[in-house]
Design a protein around this ligand. Sequence first.
Ligand SMILES: [Zn+2]
Length: 235
Amino acid sequence: MASRHITVPAFAEAREGVRHFFGTRQEADRPGWASSVVVSVTQVHGTEALVLDRPVEPGETFSGGWDALVTNQREVLLTVKTADCVPVLVHDPRQGAVAAIHAGWRGTVAGILPRTLAVMQERFGSAPRSLRIGIGPSAGPCCYEVDEPVLTKLRERCPDWSLVVRETGPGAWLLDLRHLLRRQAQAMGMDDTAIRTVNACTICHPTLFHSYRREGTARGTMVSGIMLTRRSKKR
Ligand SMILES: [Zn+2]
């Protein structure tokens, strides 16, 4: 049975005024959200967030590179493209804001997730305690082998580095990037139960996912997205 995209009901429910999906290779495009404005930008493995705090025109493009998108606008679908990197979706049901993040090892180690949460707090008053996060399919701790240069960066930047790697041989480690992201979200003050992870490995599941590691860089990517719907969440 083909699964076209993955949703995590415990992370973001439609009745809360939000929709989201994590893409698979069977669904290269957004799943039938014809009425929404779709925002997709060039990703550069950095830590900068593009903040959209005003209405976005259909077809509007943004020149520059960003690995996080943040908005408080409704019917604006924020999308990121990933293959082995981690798509991270964030929802603030209290202030009405969402974020989509492309988190590879470089961006994660450089702190793209905590930085984006800080941007949400600054711009939209999103307290980390109110946030929910969905961490999507990516290269898993079963397959995601990294070498000494990556481990050196991890050691320098991440106090918890030893908890997210497992040595497999001389100069080789398996990295659990999703776990590192979870720990970073917790360190920002997020509740553990508000962080949901899709424990699916893009390298292990060729029928479901594209993988750079498995297929090479010329292959496809998956699109994941999140959008505040028109329905008001205010009570
Ligand atoms: Zn795997």
